[in-house]
Write a protein that binds this ligand. Structure first.
Ligand SMILES: Cc1ncc(COP(=O)(O)O)c(C=O)c1O
Length: 422
């Protein structure tokens, strides 16, 4: 908006703050339980890939020139074919063996896919349904675009389908609109770490089919699983018309800023139009590195890495159970996070600043995982009330530090919380 006296910022800059997770990156602490940083990355494998590529480029300058250049907005066909093969083989995504790769595209992290999806679907006042709590990297851009967010309650198995049905009915009655999007992280979600059982997946898919809602399935943690997992909701979408399926190389490979997605054709077209203006394309060199990794190394790396994440989870769960004051925690079967809620009221954000950080500890307070503007379903499911953060919660990430430090740090946090809460 133009100011009277020179330049002025757009209106959103007044009410949107820096991501609370990003803001925490500035703290260097011994016991880091904050952002979802992978702590188990096969750096030896990446070193080998880079050395191999360096030789290839010396031998083949034409290939080097191609890889050091612009490429198609949605990704290079050779990389999309590699990803499509993995989606079919490991994830049960019903992609045609020959042509399926054409439904895939890549983005600069799955964060960009989330943003571009919102950007292409949402006009001010459009309705989105999310779990409560939900990944703040989805919530905040939705608020920025002036969506009406309706959050629905979750239990230890994620969202409850009946509540989603209620939320759609309330949206129609109160706003005269069908929601555009239902956002879900079905496998070991962020922030609670819960997993949707098969029955709920089917029910949620059916609800979206019945009401013509786009189901966004964010599968960021789908391959970091300690037990066999139900199939993705996308596996039910045989015609590729209902589910926008998002994956990321960040958690299962390395943070090279590549997300991949299988989107319904007409959604994909618009999202790529948007991406074309956001970044033109994703780095071709990075696609080459990841192509090598996904073709030759990932299976073995997951076999080695996932059990190590499990040890970290076990160390954290045990230390919470032994040292925390009265409260409840989730019991994830994969992913990076445990969610803890104290029985007594307290402000986990204030506690972090005043007590945890001075004691070399960092976690993410639960507040930012509730939208700062939005609605929640009332207890009877018939009306909406203003969404309110539950401040006595915290997200504890077990992915980054080793089990010994987890035990030490969580035990210390438990002692400090007990002093605070009695
Ligand atoms: C649920 C979820 N979705 C998306 C992302 C974004 O990941 P990236 O942009 O690294 O692919 C994250 C990162 O923490 C996440 O937890």
């Amino acid at each position: 908006m133009a100011g009277k006296n020179g330049y002025a910022f757009a209106a959103w800059t007044d009410f949107i703050q820096e991501s609370q997770i990003r803001a925490l990156l500035k703290y260097k602490v011994k016991y880091y339980f904050a952002g979802g940083m992978p702590g188990i990355v096969p750096t030896d494998v990446f070193a080998q890939i880079l050395a191999g590529l360096s030789e290839r480029y010396k031998q083949d300058p034409k290939l080097a020139l191609e890889d050091l250049n612009y490429g198609p907005t949605g990704g290079k066909s050779w990389f999309l074919k590699t990803l499509a093969e993995r989606m079919r083989r490991v994830r049960n995504i019903p992609l045609d063996k020959e042509e399926g790769w054409k439904s895939m595209s890549i983005t600069n992290g799955s964060q960009q896919a989330l943003y571009a999806l919102l950007d292409t679907m949402i006009d001010p006042g459009d309705v989105i349904i999310t779990p409560s709590p939900a990944y703040l990297g989805f919530l905040v851009p939705a608020v920025k675009l002036d969506a009406r967010l309706i959050t629905v309650p979750t239990d230890l198995h994620g969202v409850i389908p009946e509540n989603v049905e209620d939320a759609i009915q309330v949206s129609k009655a109160q706003f005269g609109r069908t929601p555009d999007i239902l956002y879900l992280v079905p496998d070991s979600d962020n922030p609670k770490g819960t997993t949707l059982p098969q029955k709920r997946r089917q029910q949620l898919f059916d609800i979206c089919e019945n009401h013509d809602v786009l189901l966004v399935e964010d599968s960021a943690y789908a391959e970091i699983q300690f037990k066999p997992n139900p199939k993705p909701i996308k596996s039910l979408d045989k015609e590729n018309t209902r589910v926008a399926y998002l994956g990321t190389t960040s958690k299962e490979a390395a943070v090279l800023r590549v997300g991949y997605s299988v989107l319904p054709d007409k959604v994909r077209e618009q999202v790529l139009k948007d991406k074309g203006y956001l970044d033109l394309c994703t780095s071709t060199l990075v696609q080459r590195i990841l192509d090598e990794y996904y073709r030759n190394y990932i299976d073995e790396a997951m076999r080695r890495g996932v059990p190590l994440y499990r040890l970290r989870y076990e160390a954290m769960a045990k230390a919470i159970d032994e040292s925390f004051p009265a409260g409840t925690r989730t019991d994830p079967t994969g992913g990076f996070f445990i969610w803890w809620q104290s029985e007594k009221p307290f402000d986990s954000s204030r506690f972090m600043e005043e007590v945890a950080i001075p004691n070399d500890l960092l976690y993410v307070p639960g507040g930012p995982f509730y939208p700062m503007r939005g609605y929640s379903l009332s207890d009877d499911g018939k009306t909406l009330v203003r969404s309110k953060p539950e401040r006595n919660t915290m997200r504890l990430g077990f992915s980054y530090v080793e089990p010994r430090l987890i035990t030490e740090g969580i035990t210390k946090l438990g002692r400090l919380l007990t002093e605070e809460l009695g």
